[in-house]
Design a protein around this ligand. Structure first.
Ligand SMILES: [Zn+2]
Ligand SMILES: [Zn+2]
Length: 129
């Protein structure tokens, strides 16, 4: 059973009643429910520091890789986040970016898609006359 959860109480200041997000985040990383590299979080962790599936794929897959929050340099495998001053990557389309480790210039293809599916209504409206 690896259903470790972190309790908010353990990270709440008893006086101010405020959650200390810094130690909370560290605790999440410690049990692997938050990826220690990119910060992507999932509901449950394996119980130890771990990478998310996107990051593991980046490390292990030598072909094209798709990630929701990282890009990988094809030359030196250095990984960058769009938040590291590469905000243009959030725009749909092809982007030419420069690796900040080795200077390699490579193309990144961004595809943006959002869809929000809400559940069906619980009950049909009743009593309409
Ligand atoms: Zn990750
Ligand atoms: Zn590089």
């Amino acid at each position: 059973m690896n259903t470790q959860m972190i309790k908010f109480e353990d990270h709440t200041d008893p006086e101010t009643k405020k959650i200390n997000w810094e130690t909370y985040r560290e605790a999440e990383i410690a049990i692997g429910s938050r990826c220690y590299r990119c910060g992507h979080s999932s509901c449950f962790g394996p119980g130890y520091r771990d990478l998310c599936s996107d990051c593991k794929n980046m490390d292990e897959n030598s072909g094209e890789v798709t990630s929701s929050n990282r890009v990988r340099c094809p030359n030196c495998t250095h990984q960058m986040s769009p938040n590291d001053d590469l905000y243009e990557l959030y725009e749909e389309g092809t982007h030419e970016i420069c690796c900040d480790e080795c200077g390699e210039i490579f193309e990144v293809e961004t595809s943006v898609s959002y869809s929000f599916e809400s559940p069906a209504l619980k009950k049909e409206e009743k009593g309409a006359v």
